[in-house]
Structure formats: C-alpha cells, structure tokens
Design a protein around this ligand. Sequence first.
Ligand code: SAH
Length: 386
Amino acid sequence: MPTASISPRGEERARAGHPWIYRSDVARPDAAAGDLVQVIGAHGRTVGYALFSDRSEITLRMISVGPAPPPADFVRDRLEAAIRFRTSLGLDASAYRLVHGEADRIPSLIVDRYGDYLVLQALSQGIDRRVDAIAGALTTLVNPAGILARNDPRVRLLEGLEPQVTVLRGEVPDRIDVREGAVHYQVDPWRGQKTGLFLDQRENREAALRYARGRLLDAFSYHGGFALALAPRCTSVLAVDISEDAVARIRENAARNGLAHVEARAMNVFDELRELERVGARFDTIVLDPPAFAKNKASVPKALSGYNEINLRALKLLEPGGFLVTCSCSYNVSEGMFLDVIAGAAADARAEVSLVEKRSQGRDHPILVNVPETHYLKCFILRKLP
Ligand code: SAH
C-alpha cells in the first residue's frame, strides 16, 4: 500500500477526529489518484488510513485512525450501518438521505433515496474510483429499481473530475413520485437542484407546521417545500422563487395536493419583500430559506448584509404574534453569527423577537461533533412579540 507522510499539525488534526488533511500538511506521496494510503506521522508511526487526492486541497480523507488497516469491504460495512441508522429513525417520508459523507464515515459520498430509486454523488477521487463497487453494494442492501449518479456538482472540478450524470444500475425515470409527511411531490432526479429536493429541511418543515397559521409567505420556495407542508394550516399562501421553472413546479405540486390557496410568483425575493412592504401587505407566518449567501470566507460580510436585509424586511411584514422561520445553509456563517444578524435585524425593525426553536439539518444529515463543516444548516423559529 502506498504511504503518505503528514506533518505534526496534520497528525494532531487526524487524531482529534477530523477526517481532512490539507495539502500543506502532506509530503508528496507516491500514490495514484484515489488510492487508499497508509498515513505516516512522526517517528514513522502509522496515524491511520486515508483516500488520496492528487488535485484537491484536501489531499487525504481519513478512513480510519490507528495502526490497523480498514477491512477490505469497509465501504460496504459503512453503507450498511448508514442505511440501518436511517431505517431506525422511522422517518415519515419516502425521500431522505441514506448516506451523508463524512458523517457516515464514507467521506464525500452522498446517497439520497427517492422512493424505489437512489441518487448518488461521488465528490472525491477516492469515491469516484469506487463508485461501481458502491452501486453494487447499494443494490445488494437496498435493491433499488435504479441508481443515478448525479455527478455534476462544481466541487468535483476541485478534484479534477468531469461532471457527468449517468445511470449506474437499472433505469431512472424523469419523474419520481415521493411523499414527505402529507405532501406528495414529483422529483426530477436528473435536473433538480442538489439530487432533486432539499431533503435536509424535512424536519424543519415538520417543526414549522406546529406554529404556521393565517397568511403565509414562503420566500425562496424552490418546489414549495415549506409552502406545501404548511398550507393546510394557513388561510393563504404566497410562495416566491426567482426561477420560473421552480414556480411552475410549485403550481403543479399544489394542484397535485389539492391546495387551491397556494399562489406562486417568479420574483427576486429582495424586490418582492420591498414591494410587499410598499403595498402594505402583512403575514402571520414567514419562511426565509435562501441559497447559501456565503459560499466562502471572503463572501461572509456581503452574506451577512443579505441575511440582515431579508430578515429585517420579513420582521416588518410580520404581524405581532406571528412566526418567522429563518434559515441559513452557509457553513461559513456560524450559528452565533446568524443569531447576531437576527438580533440586529430585530433591533432595526424595532421588533421584540423571541427564539422559539433553534434547529439544524434533519437527523438523516448527521453532524459530527469533531467536524464543524458537517454543521451547515441553521434554522431558527422566531416569534415577534405582540
Ligand atoms: N425552501 C426550499 C429550498 C430553497 S433553495 C425547500 O424547502 O425546498 C433556494 C431557492 O432560492 C432556489 O430555488 C433558488 O431558485 C431560489 N433563489 C435564489 N436566489 C433567489 C432570489 N434572489 N430571489 C428568489 N429566489 C431565489
């Protein structure tokens, strides 16, 4: 097996339970793209075993720590454990995440389940090389009707991997019927964002349902995740998304679920919030679920001002006693920073606001306590005091 020597700093990181060792901590190993390598620390000691990338800044992704090599079929074992955990959760949905990369100890592998189908993403050289074996193991473990590789996220470019969307097993249709709680969706696994749906928000939709009432505004609605889940509790629903295509899907999904009071508008939320304020609109429940405003550290200040603006405007549009469900999926904006933004927005809006629930991503997207990068989604349920 090829070896890779790492610096004391890299060794400390690995021993502290972080699976990523950066290029600056690795001496150039004699290994090929995607190889499993033995990781060597000070005095020639074996730190553990890792998958090697010859392109990414993340040169090594630890598979195991300690002198014993991982068993030959470690991927299969970990897939099985990941699936067993999801089964044990008893999720009220036919669409959910089966494998969440690092948090299931299979770094950079995503597998989402949509009914009888699986959609996977192989986001590093090590996983990309093993994707056929992974598809084989998934077939044995889950027996899906088809497996699609949605290998088109931009992060693959950092690994020098081509974007490609291909069927790995069986057949995968353009539309898959799935259910989340009481809501029925049609998912397009080939072209939808991420692997088709924003599965990480499922439990936040369930939580929001406990408070939703009156006039609902769902901003950054995509296919209507929050709008459709909350609609049965609300008297009117306005869903806003900048994408015409998303708005068409919201309308289809509303009709499919017999929700005649859902209106969908293709608008830029920043403009629409201003317009709603100008015409004197008011809401009893508002959801803000924007895309990651801070894709990297450099864009954090601009992201914070974006979060401030939408939260300030939403708090102004909210009736006293109403609820604001506000989210950030920017890893680079921590929970503390996001709470500060909300506090600033509340002060600017001259509103007294209480934090009713502090939430995160669903349990099928686990967070590793030693790996802050696995905690990316923040969701606060706020109440504007009457
Ligand atoms: N709330 C959704 C997920 C939202 S993802 C759910 O629960 O499924 C973010 C969405 O914001 C995407 O659909 C994207 O098209 C939309 N978007 C991005 N920028 C926007 C803007 N400035 N105004 C309106 N929508 C925007």
